[in-house]
Design a protein around this ligand. Structure first.
Ligand code: SF4
Length: 244
């Protein structure tokens, strides 16, 4: 076994062991139980907002939009699309859903497509579909590759879909894998390298690495002054050996 292969196996072991004790519940998706239209719509709304802002803030903002601003409807998309595009964009500052106007606009645009294509019920995106078809449906809605991967993973974790998926290569995942394997985080433009690396670590189902990487990134592997001495990767981390 080459040195690199040995390292893949070590990282795989750490992450899979770690996963056994993790809480894998997803917002509004109930493991192994049927999901209502309202809950499925709320989950997808949160996923749409969950990029380029902290995850918790995104899910909190989606809940505020659905419950407080729109009045907790079954069909969130219908309520959003009661706003004209111009009026919706005029609510950017008042609603405070995302830091970027483009992301605020994305909610309206994807919502319109969900209304037109899935009759306002996001369960139709995955119902009776394979993982590959579901992924295509999400991409066609304009969800983007990383968010679509996260949605697929959440559906796998919740036993709604069966099969394998890819990690969401967000900042945490890119930073941890980059520091462990090359002593420097992967940049956003290097997402393909990150995905390929996760395939080398656990090709059977790279998605299973996602939560462990995310949590190490969020709780230990800070941009400045990472808590390496408390981190489970310290024995295999190139960044740690280089800087200790
Ligand atoms: S050992 Fe340090 S640099 Fe390496 S993954 Fe852990 S926190 Fe990040």
């Amino acid at each position: 076994m080459t040195k690199l292969n040995k390292k893949y196996r070590e990282v795989e072991k750490i992450l899979l062991q770690d996963r056994e004790g993790l809480d894998l519940r997803w917002y509004r998706l109930r493991k192994g139980k049927s999901t209502s239209k309202k809950d499925a719509n709320k989950f997808i709304l949160g996923a749409i907002i969950d990029y380029q802002i902290p995850a918790q803030q995104a899910w909190d903002n989606s809940e505020r939009l659905a419950d407080e601003i729109l009045g907790d409807p079954d069909n969130i998309w219908e309520e959003i699309n009661k706003y004209s595009h111009k009026r919706w964009m005029g609510k950017f500052k008042q609603f405070r859903l995302h830091r970027f106007p483009k992301a605020h606009e994305r909610i309206w645009k994807i919502g319109k497509r969900i209304l037109e294509k899935y009759n306002g019920d996001t369960r139709n995106i995955w119902k009776d579909h394979t993982i590959n078809n579901t992924l295509s449906n999400l991409l066609n809605l304009g969800m983007g590759k990383q968010i679509s991967s996260m949605v697929i993973g959440a559906l796998i974790d919740s036993h709604i879909l069966n099969g394998k998926g890819d990690v969401k290569a967000d900042l945490h995942v890119r930073r941890v894998l980059g520091r462990v394997f090359r002593a420097a985080e992967y940049l956003a433009r290097e997402v393909d390298q990150v995905i390929s690396l996760t395939h080398s670590i656990h090709k059977n189902n790279p998605w299973l690495l996602d939560r462990g990487l995310f949590l190490v990134g969020k709780n230990f592997c800070f941009s400045k002054r990472p808590l390496c001495t408390e981190c489970k990767f310290k024995k295999v981390c190139k960044f740690y050996f280089k800087n200790k």
